[in-house]
Design a protein around this ligand. Sequence first.
Ligand code: IDP
Ligand code: MG
Length: 151
Amino acid sequence: MAIERTLILCKPDAVSRGLVGEITARIERRGYVIIAMKLMQLDGDRAREHYSEHSGKPFFNDLVDFITNGPLLAIAVEGERAIDGCRQMIGATDPLAAAPGSIRADLAQTIGRNLVHGSDSAASADRELAIFFEDKDFVSRRHDLERWITE
Ligand code: IDP
Ligand code: MG
């Protein structure tokens, strides 16, 4: 098995629209497990760190304003190839390009309010999880995973 850990954010639009239950339900129905969760309001420094790869792009300041403007839900998720699997569930950045059945295609309209973040690689997942969580925040759900996953 290739169990991976990834960071999912229900961005402030998802919290504001009351879609946290819908999004976490989709993650759980896929069989991934939640190993940490934090409802929080992000400060500017951490927002800029999280989105540092986009620093200097035209949408960067709006993105930082938006992500810090209301509470978000940070979720650490574990599962078999969970990084790519969660990205698949979330769908393409632009909801109009996202696959039908994905969160963004089903629930979002615009690229600037696309509801969810998901880490895009193992290196990103490690880096981003450390922005939102400490090691002691993670619980062990290996037993749950190994019970339901077969090769
Ligand atoms: P991702 O969230 O699908 O990984 P990224 O390219 O990493 O997409 O961009 C991060 C976030 O920045 C997007 O989810 C979206 O909210 C925002 N964003 C990306 N490109 C644009 C744009 O062209 N206009 C406005 N917002 C954008
Ligand atoms: Mg990204």
